[in-house]
Design a protein. Sequence first.
Length: 78
Amino acid sequence: MIKGNRKIYKNLYEISKKDADELGTNYIYLGNKKILSSNRNVTEYLKKEGYEVEFIDYGEIIKAKGSLGCSCMFTLRE
């Protein structure tokens, strides 16, 4: 992974096609730099960038075309 154009976007990261195909861009941001991710490479990269990232193995669900974000019910938080 490499950092993208930071002149336009503050936090822009580029991932490989393989990671993108494995839903590496599908994550859940919980706030305060806490993230849930279903891609190991993205998880490790974001940890190095200072995020607190929890990996969730979604390998079997991804095979059925499901993803992490699609299977969560969001609630209003204050």
